[in-house]
Design a binder for this molecule. Structure first.
Ligand SMILES: C[S@@+](CC[C@H](N)C(=O)[O-])C[C@H]1O[C@@H](n2cnc3c(N)ncnc32)[C@H](O)[C@@H]1O
Length: 252
């Protein structure tokens, strides 16, 4: 697959001047994918030794049809989905103390039995706490794009958790991303296809579909999406699907 990072859109709030050109980016990304192994092993070892997961592992044994949102902010999207999809179980995790407190308060107030929010770091949860093939859908909406080249290893698709995102998905499960940064979605598409053998169902500028429920959220699903859409900032999405057959493990 060829990587084309397209025209990097300007961000209304910050200047992302450090994003490499498409050609430099391709070379760099291939290097990243080939050379990330050792740092991923060290990172995994660290979290395994710590042995902490903010989401109890038992949750995944007692529910099928789990949808997981990573970096859920104040949780408004999953709150609405849980009301209208009683057969699915919605689990959201948010690291920021203030946002997580608001999310958990909202979820508890709703008294919905199919909605749970956790405050904590998604990284140890993904590495040590979530069983393989236990999640139907994963949403990562408007993550920090880490636009500076030196920080690119923090982009979720280059991070040690990426193989775990694939591992925890059920066969035919979907990994759903949204970003205001076109380069982020293009790179995520490239890595998902070339490294993790995920099938791209949708990749490009965001339009209403059954994975994003935008028809029910015309102003946006999350706080960040609302800000971007109301200021006419284009938003982009990727929907990737895991194979229906047993996949080769891409953990490295
Ligand atoms: C840019 S905000 C987007 C929030 C929300 N998804 C939205 O669209 O409004 C990214 C969120 O991811 C959270 N986050 C970043 N790294 C995380 C991690 N390792 N575990 C859990 N949450 C994380 C941040 O605290 C922040 O709230």
């Amino acid at each position: 697959m060829k990587l084309d990072v397209g025209n990097v859109t300007s961000h209304p709030l910050k200047s992302w001047s450090k994003i490499p050109t498409p050609a430099a980016n391709l070379v760099q990304m291939q290097w990243d994918l080939e050379n990330s192994v050792q740092s991923h092993i060290r990172n995994e070892q660290y979290w395994n030794d710590k042995g902490h997961t903010p989401i109890p592992t038992t949750l995944f044994e007692s529910h099928s049809n789990i949808w997981l949102e990573i970096g859920a902010g104040t949780g408004g999207y999953f709150l609405e989905l849980a009301k209208t999809n009683p057969k699915s179980h919605f689990v959201a995790i948010e690291r920021c103390r203030i946002r997580a407190r608001r999310m958990i308060h909202k979820f508890e107030k709703s008294e919905l039995p199919n909605l749970q929010g956790f405050r904590g770091n998604a990284v140890p949860a993904l590495i040590t706490g979530i069983p393989s093939e236990s999640v139907e859908r994963i949403y990562i909406l408007y993550p920090c794009p880490w636009p500076k080249n030196a920080h690119r290893k923090n982009r979720w698709y280059l991070h040690v958790v990426m193989p775990h995102l694939v591992r925890i998905l059920k066969p035919q499960g979907t990994l759903i991303w949204a970003s205001d940064q076109e380069f982020y979605i293009r790179e995520a598409t490239f890595v998902s296809e070339s490294k993790h053998r995920l099938k791209t169902l949708i990749s490009g500028q965001i339009t209403p579909n059954s994975f994003n429920h935008l028809e029910s959220f015309p102003e946006g699903r999350t706080s960040f999406e609302k800000k971007f859409l109301t200021s006419n900032q284009p938003c982009f999405e990727l929907v990737s699907q895991k194979s229906g057959f047993p996949t080769q493990n891409t953990l490295s």
